[in-house]
Design a protein around this ligand. Structure first.
Ligand SMILES: [Zn+2]
Length: 455
């Protein structure tokens, strides 16, 4: 069995029993972590030895929400509000995607996630007009080598005459069953299935009931956007709760406008929440829900949401969520007391949890990923803490969360296999992939303009 030993690194395990090791070793055997200790002596055993001096080892990051199919449109939607985004992306550009566009966007988007230190990506794919589009997305994820939860969703075009509005269309059971019988049959595989459903904010009550039941029957996570634009089914959550359909395995994205009493009930039922802080602030969702969750004793997970709007690195997203919430807390304290608060409300380690252990919990995989501990899958990141922007390290968690950028992500391992080493992504034909992505992005914009529509 292949063995890798990382020696004499600073280890931030995010495992409560192991904690942080000022100087520690991490032993990987096959696809799993075998040991995390201050010093591991292999004796005569054979292993690849990595010198960890001046390095910080952390668990691979978990990006809880991203529409990877939009990678070819990077920055294109940066000046759009959410309403413009619905019209110009979902009812516009999304409709001219071919399977090849989905494939290259998903592949390059996922590779960039690995490059940025993400080892598990929740790919919330809601541009699946045909099975070919879906298969192209799944193929892109598999080719990238990232660990992914492919959340299958439906497109949102303007209905043609005689067609129902998307809010009236139940999630396609047959397509979900096809995926479970085919490419995503292995529930412990590198790419697994979840459902990206409309939920009560974006669908009729009948459709929401159908989709929640489908997810429960097939034992799949059901994730949905909550907020932005008018509510399709007011009181929908209450009806779903009454029907006993809301609990663990339900994931709410955004949720900015959820009233306090409903949020109390959802938290009590074990629903998970994904915050996409930068996009929420940019597009008009309102302030992120982070602090309202923390007050109720639960943590958010963090997602990027849209590379068509902003950058894909998760450290930035966590940092923005943290800063935003501290700003709100500080403003509240200043208003109440007329002075700057004596201590800060959220330590930086909290924010590191949001993009590691909490992401794992959201996926129901906390026993497998999200922290460095014996028996867990070997998903890890090595940060070069000797870099110009990181020395000296006084508090490794602060260095990681507040100062680390893409430039410092030296190596990334997923399931015991290196995906990035010494600053280089280990992938063939990257230049060609970038060119294909650029061609795809240009063609999408041209196609919509050729139809006489604003891209
Ligand atoms: Zn989203």
């Amino acid at each position: 069995m292949r063995r890798t030993l990382i020696k004499s690194a600073t280890v931030i395990s995010m495992d409560d029993a192991i904690g942080d090791l000022g100087t520690g070793d991490v032993l990987v055997e096959g696809s799993r972590i075998a040991e995390v200790r201050p010093s591991i002596d292999l004796g005569s055993g054979d292993a690849e030895i990595i010198d960890g001096k001046g390095r910080i080892v952390i668990p691979g990051l978990i990006n809880a929400h991203m529409h990877t199919w939009q990678t070819g449109l990077r920055g294109y939607a940066a000046n759009w509000t959410l309403l413009e985004y619905f019209r110009r992306m979902h009812a516009g550009l999304a409709t001219v995607f071919r399977p090849d566009d989905i494939h290259i966007a998903t592949l390059v988007g996922a590779l960039n996630q690995i490059n940025c230190g993400t080892t598990t990506l929740v790919d919330w794919c809601h541009n699946n007009p045909t099975p070919d589009h879906t298969d192209a997305a799944v193929r892109g994820l598999i080719e990238s080598g990232i660990r992914a939860a492919f959340f299958h969703g439906s497109p949102k075009p303007e209905p043609k005459p005689g067609e129902p509005h998307f809010s009236e269309v139940p999630h396609p059971r047959r397509e979900v069953e096809r995926l479970l019988a085919g490419p995503l049959a292995d529930r412990d595989g590198l790419v697994t299935l979840g459902l990206a459903i409309l939920g009560p904010h974006y669908s009729t009550l009948d459709v929401a009931m159908h989709d929640f039941r489908l997810a429960r029957e097939l034992k799949l996570i059901a994730s949905m956007h909550q907020g932005g634009g008018p509510v399709k089914t007011p009181g929908g959550w209450e009806r779903l709760i009454e029907a006993g359909l809301v609990g663990a395995g339900i994931n709410i994205v955004h949720g900015n406008d959820l009233p306090d009493d409903l949020l109390d009930r959802l938290v009590d039922l074990g629903v998970s929440f994904s915050v996409t802080p930068e996009n929420e602030m940019i597009q008009g969702h309102g302030f992120p829900i982070t602090g309202r969750l923390l007050k109720r004793g639960v943590r958010p997970t963090i997602g990027i949401d849209l590379e068509s709007v902003l950058a894909g690195d998760l450290f930035s997203a966590a940092r923005i969520a943290l800063s935003m919430q501290r700003a709100l807390d500080n403003a509240e304290a200043r208003q109440a007391n007329g002075a700057i608060p004596a201590t800060t409300t959220i330590p930086v380690r909290e924010a590191l949890r949001w993009i590691t252990t909490e992401g794992a919990r959201m996926l129901g995989r906390e026993h497998q990923i999200g922290s460095l501990a014996p028996g867990k899958l070997a998903d890890l990141v090595i940060i070069n803490a000797s870099d110009l922007n990181l020395v000296p390290v006084h508090d490794p968690v602060a260095t990681v969360l507040m100062q680390t950028s893409l430039a410092n992500i030296e190596s990334v391992m997923i399931g015991g296999a290196w995906k990035k080493r010494n600053g280089q992504l280990l992938v063939d034909g990257l230049e060609t992939k970038k060119q294909l992505l650029a061609q795809s992005g240009r063609r999408l914009v041209q196609d919509i303009e050729r139809q006489g529509r604003v891209a």
